[in-house]
Ligand binder design. Structure first.
Ligand SMILES: *[C@@H]1O[C@H](CO)[C@@H](O)[C@H](O)[C@H]1NC(C)=O
Ligand SMILES: *[C@@H]1O[C@H](CO)[C@@H](O)[C@H](O)[C@H]1NC(C)=O
Ligand SMILES: *[C@@H]1O[C@H](CO)[C@@H](O)[C@H](O)[C@H]1NC(C)=O
Ligand SMILES: *[C@@H]1O[C@H](CO)[C@@H](O)[C@H](O)[C@H]1NC(C)=O
Ligand SMILES: *[C@@H]1O[C@H](CO)[C@@H](O)[C@H](O)[C@H]1NC(C)=O
Ligand SMILES: *[C@@H]1O[C@H](CO)[C@@H](O)[C@H](O)[C@H]1NC(C)=O
Ligand SMILES: *[C@@H]1O[C@H](CO)[C@@H](O)[C@H](O)[C@H]1NC(C)=O
Ligand SMILES: *[C@@H]1O[C@H](CO)[C@@H](O)[C@H](O)[C@H]1NC(C)=O
Ligand SMILES: *[C@@H]1O[C@H](CO)[C@@H](O)[C@H](O)[C@H]1NC(C)=O
Ligand SMILES: *[C@@H]1O[C@H](CO)[C@@H](O)[C@H](O)[C@H]1NC(C)=O
Ligand SMILES: *[C@@H]1O[C@H](CO)[C@@H](O)[C@H](O)[C@H]1NC(C)=O
Length: 246
C-alpha cells in the first residue's frame, strides 16, 4: 500500500484563494464540505447540459439532511453560478429558487443521494462550436462558482470555490434554451468576493465532527470514515493544483 501525502496550502499571493484546491483520486476538495466528482478543472465542455457531480457527504463523513437540531456539521445550502470576467456574464445555475433556466436548492434534489447531479441547460448565447470566434462571443473561459453555506465542527462558514471550465465544445441550438439575459447577474470584483467569504481550507482526510445519531440514516459514521481513510484499495495520490491564472 502506497501512502503519499502532501499538503497544499494557500499561497501567499492569494490570501484566501477562491480556487486553490486539492485533487485526490479525481475528487476535487473544495474549501467546504462538498467534494466535486466532475468535471475536472479546465475541461472543455459542451453538449446539451452543463453537468456537475457534487458529493455533499464528503465521501460519507457527513449524513444527509434532515440534520438534527443544532448539528455540529451541516451543509445549509449550496448556490452555483457560471461566471466569466472574460465575457462579462454571470449566470444563475442555482440560487435556491427554481426559475425557467435555473435550478432549485441543490441539497434538496435527488433525495437520499449523497451525490447531487447538476444538469443545467446551457442558455442560448452559448450555442456554437469551438473556441470563441470573436470578441463578442459568450463562449470560452468560465468558472463554475460553487458557494457553500455550511457548519463544520460547530463553526458557520460561507466559502466560494471557483472551478475553471472551457466552454469550447459544440452546444447545439434548441428553441427551449433560456435566454442568457434572463439568467445574468452583476459580476463582483475579486476583492469584494474575497471579503464576502470566509477563509477556510479543508485538508482532505481530516475528520468532520459527526452529529449525534438518531432518526436520520445516511451518515456512515465513524466506521465509514475510518474505512475511507485506511481502506485497502485507497491509494493516496495527492496533487496540489493552483490555478491562480488561466
Ligand atoms: C487564511 O488562512 C490561512 C491559513 O489558516 C492563513 O495563513 C492566511 O493568512 C489567511 N488569510 C487571510 C486573508 O486571513
Ligand atoms: C475564475 O476565478 C478566479 C478566482 O477565483 C479568477 O482569478 C479568474 O479570473 C476567473 N476566471 C474567469 C474566466 O472569470
Ligand atoms: C443559505 O444558508 C444561509 C445560512 O443558513 C442563509 O443565511 C441563506 O439565506 C441561505 N441561502 C439560500 C439561498 O437558501
Ligand atoms: C426524502 O426521504 C426521506 C427519508 O427517506 C423522507 O422522509 C422524505 O419525505 C423525502 N422527501 C421528499 C421531498 O421526498
Ligand atoms: C479582440 O480583441 C483583441 C484585443 O482587444 C484584438 O487584438 C483582436 O483583434 C480582437 N479580435 C477580433 C476578432 O476582433
Ligand atoms: C423557458 O424559456 C424558453 C426560452 O426562453 C421558452 O421557450 C420556454 O417557453 C420557457 N418555459 C416556460 C415554462 O416559461
Ligand atoms: C434567482 O435567479 C433567477 C434567475 O437568474 C432570478 O430570476 C431570481 O430573481 C433569483 N432569485 C434570487 C432570490 O436572487
Ligand atoms: C450582466 O448583467 C450585469 C448587471 O446588470 C451587466 O452589468 C452585464 O453587462 C451583463 N452582462 C452581459 C454580457 O450583458
Ligand atoms: C454572480 O451573481 C451572484 C448573484 O448575484 C453573486 O452572488 C456572485 O457573487 C456573482 N459572481 C461573481 C463572480 O461576481
Ligand atoms: C470592488 O467592488 C467594491 C464593491 O462594489 C468596491 O468598493 C471596490 O472599490 C472595488 N474594488 C476594485 C479594485 O475595483
Ligand atoms: C474538526 O474536528 C475534528 C475532530 O475533532 C478535527 O480532527 C478536525 O481537524 C476539525 N476540522 C476543522 C476544519 O476544524
Amino acid at each position: 500500500m502506497l501512502f503519499r501525502f502532501s499538503v497544499a496550502f494557500c499561497l501567499a499571493v492569494a490570501a484566501r484563494c477562491l480556487n486553490a484546491q486539492q485533487i485526490v483520486n479525481g475528487q476535487i476538495f473544495t474549501p467546504g464540505i462538498a467534494i466535486v466528482d466532475s468535471p475536472q478543472p479546465n475541461t472543455p465542455l459542451g453538449g446539451d447540459y452543463l453537468q456537475v457531480a457534487i458529493d455533499v457527504s464528503s465521501d460519507g463523513q457527513l449524513q444527509l439532511p434532515p440534520y438534527p437540531s443544532n448539528p455540529k456539521s451541516a451543509i445549509w445550502n449550496i448556490t452555483i453560478f457560471l461566471s466569466s470576467y472574460v465575457t462579462g456574464w454571470n449566470f444563475t445555475i442555482s440560487n435556491g429558487t427554481a426559475t425557467n433556466g435555473s435550478l432549485g436548492e441543490i441539497m434538496q434534489q435527488e433525495n437520499g443521494s449523497t451525490v447531487k447531479h447538476v444538469n443545467w441547460v446551457w442558455p442560448d448565447c452559448l450555442v456554437g462550436t469551438g473556441p470563441p470566434s470573436n470578441n463578442n462571443s459568450a463562449r470560452g473561459l468560465y468558472n463554475v462558482s460553487i458557494r457553500q453555506n455550511f457548519r463544520l465542527n460547530g463553526s458557520d462558514e460561507y466559502t466560494i470555490f471557483d472551478l475553471p471550465i472551457h466552454i469550447t465544445n459544440s452546444i447545439p441550438a434548441k428553441n427551449t434554451r433560456p435566454s442568457c439575459a434572463s439568467l445574468n447577474n452583476t459580476l463582483w470584483n475579486q476583492s469584494a468576493l474575497v471579503e464576502s467569504a470566509n477563509n477556510f481550507t479543508r485538508i482532505p482526510g481530516t475528520p468532520i465532527q459527526e452529529n449525534a445519531k438518531g432518526g436520520s440514516e445516511g451518515g456512515l459514521g465513524v466506521a465509514g470514515m475510518l474505512d475511507w481513510r485506511t481502506g485497502l484499495h485507497v491509494m493516496w495520490i495527492l496533487a496540489a493544483i493552483f490555478m491562480l491564472a488561466l
